[in-house]
Design a protein around this ligand. Structure first.
Ligand SMILES: Cc1cc2nc3c(=O)[nH]c(=O)nc-3n(C[C@H](O)[C@H](O)[C@H](O)COP(=O)(O)OP(=O)(O)OC[C@H]3O[C@@H](n4cnc5c(N)ncnc54)[C@H](O)[C@@H]3O)c2cc1C
Length: 608
């Protein structure tokens, strides 16, 4: 009875004392009191509690055996185990991926004269997707592109404002081609012409040879010489993935004065222009019209690229410039010009309304819709307001031209075809002078040509010119080319067997008929497995500034889900990181976002 009383009072006192404390060690003691088997652990950690524990262990002998753990506890225990085991596996897998990416494949299968020469033009979405999925041991693969890296274009609008570093969204080509199973050669050159009859492409490579001429000139002065080399290359199979160029619609002045947002170099140019104009404006008096012009940033094109860049520009001005240069930040005006009545036309109407509301009300971006740019000069954009004929009142001029002064002009309109694509179209009569890109069949064969495939933005198909389409086409073509190579190998083997069978050599004891039958079966299987390309639309995403994004999502037969807001922004970031083609890019992009979240964007970077 006495023992029980002491035990009870100790337990009660401890209960009330411990319930006031939140330290983990306190909880361990408390648990130990509830669970006598854990007492030994606590005794060794907290000798001062030995007395209490001795009393309590004596008391505990009188307590009936504890019940088995509740199912909730069991669930928590297994969930916890599962969580840390799966975290360990995920971490190990990530480490393996990073290791794998950082080490070349030293056992690449070399080129072999018995294999077909496969030449891939371009190092963009379509070509890199093909390269990453192709069995490169089946062909002698050569990739030709003036760009020696892959550019993750969906995040390019984040680069000019310094949200992301350009290196974080590029992947060196050497790191891709040195990890394939079979040898892949890279030629840094531009294809200038394709002869589909002679199966030959003409290449132009430009290199700059800089040498220090210390004898005659100033010590620091470099002499550079541009070397242009033209040469031809023969192919057995050609894949054209040269993408598209920016479409200026032949509008005077655009090419001369506007910046594009298409290539890696464009982002540096825009960044330089933004910093230069801000610097120039900051030394002018407040009421100077030139200051107002310089601080006007105009973006032409209300598609995802234009809107995303406007959103990024707003964030840069609002989050960083406003803090450090408030007098300038308040005066900067961002205008998006769009010819159609709405921006982001590929999205659901509900999302368009939401995006327009955010841009106008929350970001104060000036939306200039129904406005057709006519002409651009050094300081102004001249545009015609597209008015609805039925809605014109007497005072309105249907052809009213407005003048929009600009300090920075970014041109983000549609695609135009490259010269090489137009040359190929003209060389193939069945292409009927197609104006919007190469015409291809279901299997991505260029119509009217043998052994030429094309994909991505240089083609004209039922699909929008997006990275999503180009990427899926790359995967498809890798599989298709594999089947074609296997069919070739089987055909060759069959013809060899048929020759041997006809010769009927007595010393070989091969059962020709059986062998031929087996190979013919395989051949039919491969031939039957050939199928056309089908596109699975995963949805569209766009960042609209102020940490908000819109998403039009669909998955196979699921209905489209349209969302907007901050959660969509989190989804947008997650989706784009997961879309990055390498672990290196994924990690660097996350680190850049983290860095900007912590320290803000670099206002005056040294690399510009
Ligand atoms: C800023 C921006 C943002 C975008 N955002 C998205 C997005 O969020 N989602 C989406 O789905 N799509 C997006 N896109 C579109 C997407 O980038 C394109 O649809 C995609 O790049 C097309 O892939 P491609 O392989 O056809 O061409 P590209 O990726 O443009 O690659 C073309 C390649 O060909 C090379 N090349 C050019 N001329 C020659 C020549 N004469 N000889 C040899 N090689 C040549 C180029 O150097 C380049 O390597 C965006 C595009 C831009 C510009």
């Amino acid at each position: 009875m006495y023992r029980q009383n002491i035990g009870l009072s100790v337990k009660l006192n401890l209960n009330s004392a411990l319930s006031r404390s939140t330290k983990p060690s306190t909880f361990r003691c408390f648990n130990a009191l509830r669970n006598p088997t854990a007492l030994r652990d606590v005794n060794s950690t907290f000798p001062a509690l030995n007395v209490i524990s001795r009393h309590y262990s004596a008391v505990s002998n009188d307590i009936p055996p504890s019940k088995s753990p509740s199912s909730f506890r069991k669930f928590m225990k297994y969930s916890w185990k599962f969580t840390w085991i799966s975290s360990l596996f995920t971490l190990s897998y990530l480490v393996y991926l990073i290791y794998d990416e950082n080490n070349p494949n030293l056992k690449q299968v070399p080129h072999d004269k018995n294999k077909k020469n496969l030449i891939i033009l371009g190092s963009g979405w379509s070509s890199i997707s093909l390269l990453k999925n192709l069995d490169t041991t089946l062909y002698n693969v050569t990739i030709v592109s003036p760009r020696d890296f892959f550019l993750f274009t969906p995040l390019l609008p984040s680069v000019p404002t310094g949200t992301l570093d350009l290196n974080s969204i590029t992947e060196p080509l050497q790191q891709i081609i040195k990890r394939t199973k079979g040898q892949v050669n890279y030629i840094e050159a531009e294809a200038t012409n394709i002869d589909p009859v002679l199966k030959k492409i003409s290449l132009k490579s430009v290199s700059v040879n800089s040498s220090n001429n210390t004898s005659e000139k100033d010590e620091n002065e470099n002499e550079s010489e541009t070397i242009i080399k033209n040469y031809d290359l023969n192919y057995d199979v050609l894949v054209v993935g040269v993408g598209a160029k920016v479409n200026t619609f032949g509008i005077p002045g655009v090419q001369k004065y506007a910046c594009y947002l298409k290539e890696a170099s464009d982002s540096s140019k825009i960044r330089k222009n933004i910093l230069k104009t801000i610097e120039a404006a900051s030394i002018l008096p407040k009421d100077d019209p030139e200051r107002e012009r310089l601080l006007s940033m105009v973006i032409v094109g209300g598609g995802p690229t234009g809107v995303e860049f406007a959103g990024e520009l707003h964030d840069y001005i609002h989050d960083d410039l406003k803090k450090w240069m408030p007098q300038i930040a308040d005066e900067i005006k961002v205008t998006v010009i769009e010819a159609l009545p709405n921006i982001l036309n590929m999205f659901d109407k509900k999302l368009i309304d939401y995006a327009e509301h955010i841009l106008i009300d929350e970001t104060s971006i000036n939306l200039q819709t129904k406005t057709l740019v006519q002409n651009v000069d050094q300081s102004n954009v001249y545009a015609k307001l597209v008015t609805d004929k039925n809605n014109i009142n007497e005072n309105q001029n249907q052809n009213q031209i407005i003048k929009i002064p600009y300090g920075v002009l970014v041109w983000a309109t549609g695609n135009g075809q490259r010269e090489i694509t137009n040359n190929l179209i003209q060389a193939i009569p069945s292409q009927n002078n197609s104006k919007r890109g190469l015409l291809v069949d279901d299997c991505l064969n260029v119509i009217g040509a043998n052994d030429i495939f094309a994909f991505g933005d240089c083609t004209f198909t039922n699909y929008a010119p997006t990275a999503q389409v180009a990427y899926q086409q790359g995967i498809y073509l890798a599989d298709h080319l594999k089947s074609l190579a296997k069919i070739d190998i089987l055909n060759e083997k069959l013809s060899d067997l048929n020759i041997l069978k006809q010769k009927n050599l007595p010393e070989t004891n091969i059962n020709y008929n059986k062998e031929i039958k087996t190979l013919s079966k395989k051949l039919i299987n491969y031939q039957n497995s050939l199928h056309g390309f089908t596109y699975h639309h995963m949805g569209s995403l766009a960042y609209i500034g102020s940490d908000k994004a819109i998403a039009d999502l669909s998955w196979k037969d699921w209905q489209t889900i349209s969302t907007g807001g901050i959660m969509t922004f989190v989804f947008w970031r997650t989706a784009y990181v997961s879309m990055c083609l390498s672990m290196r890019n994924k990690v660097l992009v996350c680190l850049d976002w983290f860095k900007v979240g912590l320290f803000g964007r670099d206002l005056n970077p040294r690399d510009t």
